[in-house]
Design a protein around this ligand. Sequence first.
Ligand SMILES: Cc1cc2nc3c(=O)[nH]c(=O)nc-3n(C[C@H](O)[C@H](O)[C@H](O)COP(=O)(O)OP(=O)(O)OC[C@H]3O[C@@H](n4cnc5c(N)ncnc54)[C@H](O)[C@@H]3O)c2cc1C
Length: 437
Amino acid sequence: MHPDIFHKDFSPTPYWWEAYTPAAGALSDVPRTARVAIVGGGYAGLSAALELAKHGIDAVVFEAGELGSGASTRNGGAVSGGVNVGKSFTGKTARADGAGAERILSDACDAFALIDRLISEEKIACFWEKPGRFVGAWTQRHYGVQSRRLAMLNMAARSGAYMVPRERQREEIASEYYFGGMVVERSGKLHPALYYKGLLDACRRRGVLVCAKAAVTRIGRLGNAWQVETARGTLSAGDVVIATNGYTGTLTPALRRRVVPIASHIIATEQLPADVARSLIPRARTLSDTKRVLCYYRLSPDNGRMVFGGRARFTQVDATVSAPILHRYMIDRFPQLRGVRVTHAWTGNVAFTLDALPHMGCRDGLHYCLGCNGSGVAMMTYLGYQTALKIARVANYACSFDSEEFPDHPLYSGNTWFLPIVGGYYRLRDNLDRLLA
Ligand SMILES: Cc1cc2nc3c(=O)[nH]c(=O)nc-3n(C[C@H](O)[C@H](O)[C@H](O)COP(=O)(O)OP(=O)(O)OC[C@H]3O[C@@H](n4cnc5c(N)ncnc54)[C@H](O)[C@@H]3O)c2cc1C
């Protein structure tokens, strides 16, 4: 514990929960039948249910905890239009080179358009803005790699991306930390918990039943229907959608083997003096970097606090462990914030896949949308939506994330004992890169 960094009112809960705290509400009874059962009540599950309702298909969403207790009210609220798609947690770019890359980026770009439209159509008050993103280059070589991706990003994802050399970096960030970087104009930010609440309200307006505290414990076949057993009753459904992302468990072992849950951690600082806050990120963009163990950060919606996230550890740890590490990372970038205290620190799970791509599809008869790979505000909303279109049979084109190929590994069954070792190794590689730069 580093008492000097903790504010006297410190809370180990997401800053976002001050606006919407996950709650179970009045527990509705589990109905006996529904056309579709959805497991997981995050962005993906709600977005699927909402789109199904728009097509007149009744869906019931089952959430194990309170509504919004997964990653969807815990994230940084940075919304990307594809810049990260295909990047593994090692920082490497997977299948996003070569033939399929253009389509993958183009679909990721559609995910951005979808969230933009949804927020407007459903009138979701979630501080949605599109100021763009700055991705700082950790080394000169990374700057070169970023420059070579520009043409592809601009052509396929209409990113509006351009390079900012080190001499002009202060236009983007009050720091000398990077070797310049890339601006991606087509990026946004929002208040993640208010966006979640807006989706939940939209579902309820359309009569979608969302059952909190209803962990699905078993899914089995009975005749032509699925029997979905939950902690609060059993439902019979025609289709089932698994939308459990970083919380995918033993309910679906074949899917669990295909996603690696990795913890991500965030701190929020106390309110900063207005002139200091404004000076840190002059264009109020979201920021991230090209390190393998990257950090992502932004100002809070009132532009008053720094909300700073990263992989302080690759596993869930107590906020008293993650907060000092993230505070140090923040000071590395903004030495001027030394002495600023932390009011909130929290953590949540993201799901990485072995090919670094998000996936939707059907396995053993169950639909799934999984694998945000760290960037899922737009993407998981989109995969839920695309899964709904598929079930409603109105999709007139196959989304490129809908693929039969969803790789697993013979040595991985869902136990992530290796993550601390991987985390340490990539931190070492990051440091070596910089030393040799
Ligand atoms: C700290 C952090 C920072 C992030 N920052 C960003 C960011 O800035 N930008 C971005 O784009 N993305 C970010 N992400 C990722 C983003 O939050 C996720 O991709 C997204 O919220 C995933 O939505 P989802 O609906 O797929 O899953 P979740 O919101 O995680 O929901 C899955 C739900 O499934 C439930 N569940 C699991 N098993 C069962 C069961 N058997 N029965 C019933 N329910 C079950 C869980 O309880 C959980 O609530 C971040 C994530 C974290 C954790």
